[in-house]
Design a protein around this ligand. Sequence first.
Ligand code: PAF
Length: 280
Amino acid sequence: MSIRLQSQTDRLRAVLSELRVAGRTIGFVPTMGYLHYGHRSLIERSRDDGCFTVVSVFVNPAQFGPDEDLDTYPADHDRDFELSVASGADLVWYPERTDLYPPESQTMVKPGALADRLCGVSRPQFFPGICSVVLRFFNLIKPDRAYFGEKDFQQLAIIKRMAADFYLDVDVIGCPLQREADGLAMSSRNARLAPEDRDLALTLYRTITEARTAYAKGERDAEALRTKLKEGWPQGIELDYLDFREPVLLEEVATLAADTRIFLGAWLNGVRLIDNDALT
Ligand code: PAF
């Protein structure tokens, strides 16, 4: 029987503390809800790793800017519970805002250089907000393992860095990005795409495919390829960034290599889209 907790932080901590005493490994999948197969694959991985699997559903206000989609972020708590349980979750927690940010709480995490690039340029509050909520979650849940998707590759790198910098006793595990049949990276925000925008949304995936093909044909000059891909970028979808970076410190590269990743961020009629992949 899976457990559903609405707020009830004390109960959450009591349940997890009993399990820890009983020797269970605790796996944690943090989400902002409106689950898709990308989330489900993280839950399944935690289950397959033999963990007691905790899923959180919380739309974290601290990671949204004033003009972003906090108020329109899609939500369906009952469906999220069903999908979580079907994927192997043992406990789904829906904290209230005050469970994580009580009125007296003040402290926020300021990540370092990894957060000042890519999404961090146009969304300066994003990674401080993510680190601040994830650290609160880690301290409340005390997971042995925490699972994050590689769609948010920069988020994963920053959280791994935070866990190391703060000596957190948690194994941060990255899991592959999941795509729709047409190649669109799975995202809860895809639900907000107008049907007529779907094809334009595929620009990110098409650009990745083009970059991988160019690399396979011998292109090694990052700036030349970036310029070419930007020239082919269609009207109607606003490009935020198109960068080639190495996968650890996320520094830009001048020469493309097998482990170089292409990173893309864009807006399409107010919907934020990101994608990334290795060139091979
Ligand atoms: O990736 C997300 O959905 C969010 O950034 C996270 C990790 C749940 C923190 O709010």
